[in-house]
Design a protein around this ligand. Structure first.
Ligand SMILES: [Zn+2]
Length: 216
């Protein structure tokens, strides 16, 4: 397990994080020479940095709203910024959730700008930055889906308020199932439909739960 501090935030990287990124690269099963190995390693490095930038977006906003203890855990499904003893208003929760995908899209757009203006002549660097751009846009957009507990789901939860828990979870389940089916049938993608299916199941369990509990 890799542990380090960045901008004062403790960061833990679980081994699953590397493996899932290598799987997502699509090249893990086809490594047969130095080029394909280099591609997978560069995809993993680019994905890691992109997801870390996303989590730092959440972490910095959390700190900005007064939470002094924020840590980041990079796990198999991506990452999470955990705020300890948070006392956020609903509006602040929404800003914190938006900040992650927003900085990630910004970082991806910056790289896109360099590509667009032909500012990256070197081939290996191009491959690295192309992976960074793909992960940044894809990850941010998936996270903005109104599926709890993704960022979009958190935004929906706090926008509608705790009284609308049932509506939020129904929207979340519906979106998870529709997008999961779309990715599976159209893009022949397996990993994300499984994750979305799991989230839909968790939402269903929360929906039929008799006693309301604080979701986070
Ligand atoms: Zn996020």
């Amino acid at each position: 397990m890799l542990r380090f501090r960045l901008f004062g935030f403790p960061i833990t990287v679980q081994p699953w994080h590397w493996l899932v990124l290598a799987l997502l690269s699509g090249g893990l099963m086809h490594i047969n020479n130095r080029e394909t190995l280099a591609y997978v390693l560069m995809f993993v490095a680019a994905g890691f940095v992109s997801i870390l930038i996303h989590e730092l977006g959440h972490a910095f906003t959390s700190r900005r709203f007064g939470c002094q203890r924020v840590e980041i855990v990079m796990h198999g499904f991506g990452g999470v910024a955990i705020s300890h003893n948070p006392r956020f208003t609903r509006g602040q929760h929404i800003w914190i959730s938006i900040a992650g995908p927003a900085v990630q899209i910004l970082a991806g757009s910056l790289v896109f700008f360099f590509f667009w203006n032909d500012l990256i002549p070197d081939i290996p660097i191009q491959s690295l930055l192309a992976s960074f751009m793909v992960v940044s846009f894809f990850w941010a957009l998936i996270n903005l889906l109104p599926v709890y507990p993704l960022d979009g789901g958190q935004i929906l939860w706090h926008a509608l308020g705790p009284m609308q828990k049932s509506l939020t979870l129904r929207i979340s389940m519906f979106t998870a199932v529709v997008v999961g089916l779309f990715l599976f049938l159209w893009l022949k993608e397996i990993l994300f439909p499984i994750i979305l299916g799991f989230m839909a199941y968790q939402n269903y369990k929360m929906l039929i739960e008799p006693t309301p509990r604080r979701p986070w």
